[in-house]
Design a protein around this ligand. Sequence first.
Ligand SMILES: [Fe+2]
Ligand SMILES: [Fe+2]
Length: 256
Amino acid sequence: MIQIVHLSDIHFSEAYFVPEIAESMLQSINDLNPDIVVITGDLTENGFSAEYNGVKRFIDRIECKEKVLVPGNHDSKNAGYLHFEDLFENRFQTRNFGNMTIVGADSSQPDLDEGHLGRENYGWIKEAFSGEKFKVFALHHHLVPIPLAGRENTVLVDAGDVLDLLNKCRVNLVLCGHCHIPHVWNLNDMLVVNAGTFCSSKTRGKTTQCYNLIQAENSKETGKKEAEKIGNSSWKIRVSRVFPQGQTELVTETVM
Ligand SMILES: [Fe+2]
Ligand SMILES: [Fe+2]
């Protein structure tokens, strides 16, 4: 079984970062000992160098060798994307871990809140997902609208084309952040999982800070009938939310 921790929207800054919650969440992630940690943007509030340095020190304390990060709209403010490239990896990347492919893409645009992936990226993403692995796509902005997001301006401006691309590539899991509302849609056997804010005070409505735990089990490992939907290459996926006091809530469980 592969365990992915998906967290988002740390918003490291004097104004919004809540250290007690961050410490509690950090401890629970390290206790889980995940295989992969995916962080879907808004690491910082303003994209400033000091914020980047602070959030880098914090992320370094997450005990996991494999981390995939993408920037959010807040990280690209004030030319902050330059710090992202210095401290983390490329803003676009393909990573292969065993029988899993993760593509991370920067959907931000400098000093704009709107997300945009862009046609120039569709080709390499299609190529990256050409194999028969478990496929994960990570980006900051929403791929589809979710409840409580208010007047809809959070989805990618090219969301329809990106949705079609990922669907044709038979992507299993899409991980997003941005609006600080945890939510899951299942679209054509593709789970679109939004994360809440990890440890900032920027919670929306009655939501609280949380992160997602995704457990993916290949039918070859389980040998269970329920996971034999598509020959022997199907996956059983569980998505749970973990909250600051360590409570865990199972959100969905599906076979794809
Ligand atoms: Fe955010
Ligand atoms: Fe955002």
